[in-house]
Design a binder for this molecule. Sequence first.
Ligand code: BDP
Length: 636
Amino acid sequence: MIHPAWLPSEAFRAIGSRRVLVQGTGPLADTVRHEIAEACARFGGTVVQDRKTAELILSIAGPGGEGFRLGRRGDATVISADGPSGLLNGLFEVVRRGERAFGPALTDERHVPALARRMLDHWDNVDVHPVMGQVERGYSGGSLFWHDGRPRDLGRVRDYARLLAASGVNAVAINNVNVHTTETRLLTDRLTEVAGLASAFRVYGIRVHLSVNFAAPVILGDLPTADPADEAVRAWWKSTTARVHEAVPDLGGYLVKADSEGQPGPFTYGRSHADGANMLAEALEPYGGVVHWRAFVYNHRQDWRDRSTDRARAAHDHFAPLDGTFRDNVILQVKHGPMDFQTREPISPVLLGMPSTRLAVELQVTGEYTGQQRHVCYLPPMWSEVLRAVAGNVSGLAAVSNAGDDPFWTGHPLAQANLYAVGRLAWNPTRDPIAILDEWIDLTFPGASAELRDVLHDLMDESWQTYEQYTAPLGAGFMVRPGHHYGPDVDGYEYTPWGTYHFADRDGVGVDRTVATGTGFTAQYPPLWADRYESLATCPDELLLFFHHVPYGHVLHSGVTVIQHIYDTHFAGAHRVTAMRERWQEAAGLVDPALHARVTERLDEQQRSADEWRDQINTYFYRKSGVPDAHGRPIH
Ligand code: BDP
């Protein structure tokens, strides 16, 4: 059985037991009508045609737009939508409120999304990749879109689109940013598959985007070059894009990973990333499409002995000089941190330093470096910090999806909350992440008892911080097993060409990224930020080792030494997991037994893994430093 996630039928009871009027035409109004008719059939309400008797009125009151007004008119609750998408968004607002949407106390509210583009990126392959599997960094089974190299039944895709629409998402990229040969063909001879997926997403107001391979003209055998200055190449993209739009008239656009981790790009031809992005933007422009061009460009074949190189600098070094040179329909998609989705990173300086470029911030819902959906790790507290810092600079959010064909959608059932919350935060980045968690609990477990709610909060509220405690300390990243990135491997990446180092030796640890003595990365920030990170006196503890190389005896703002902090947090984090496991047993009988069993199994693994992290990290730093634990706990 497929778990209904945050849309069990019970969530529609308040609507489905009333007299409801829907006014408006078009596919999205039809979707809303269909949702209401189903709910009424289940809960005894009626679809009415008359305003006078209606208890809920949903109407399209404007020419277009995603916003809506919610309020009371007489005895009815009314959604006046700016356009068809607003109608759907209004419906889900009423679903979220349940009975609370119907009291006379309801005051007029206007709802509009803060970020215009709220996108999920799927790293799905059509075929199963020999190393990466079908979904790259996927921890929830196979793809929702393809099976055995063929498109799946669209029913489940439609259910997925519905879940996403109810969270506020309005765009998806359906295939992996590493575009292999089969997936390159989605642009040409596999277009009918794209059209099928687009039809499933369209009825929920979600536009499909395609990840494209920059070298597609060469890979598909049509041209000898992919040089963006070559007229034949430009013409190829224009005619190919025209054909794509014959099949999918409302395609949202292209997503591109270029000159990164082996993907082809404009550098091959001595051209800039603006040249590359602008060529695709020109091809998409007649159709209102956009190019999401990723800023994740760095040299993954570095000489690790060369201390002057710094992977954290790469995106800003490449892109900041191009500010103002991108066409209007290019969106530069920037990972939230300068490295790569680590548990703790500072904000990418690209997001603070390109005022004349349209920017989208990229987050990773799939927990590649945050427990891979085997650990409980509720990420919105991290995302909320990011979004508050870049508010006003970005107009979009793109997040790597964590959903797959798993019956619980996300491997770990509690990881559904991350998927739900990312859309809600994109709609309103100022929301309290814990209030969003409450919303998810209400929808997913309608009528949840106070007891269940408390257990879920105990497990999830601070789970990101707990994960951070027992894994890599103080902003040091990548102490993970190379390749699959699960579990500890203290030096796994230390002497590799990937540019991911912590520089631990017998005297100290951390990467010196200061201007004074290090790589100069701090200078990429606006002055106030740069000063804060440059100085040991003001650099926040949790990012200390990201910016500074310090002796083990360095005293943190918290008053403890770096080495003692490492020991303390690792013991505390693993201990906390033990408490979480015990707490979860109190939820037995309060949730679906299959869900309870799945979470129990995951918590067992989280405990094993947290203990392993604790022991390896503590032992490593004890052996490097020779400093014993002040509290005499066992470290070998
Ligand atoms: C890294 C992943 C890799 C992705 C890459 C990306 O390990 O699988 O292809 O990000 O974002 O974190 O392109």
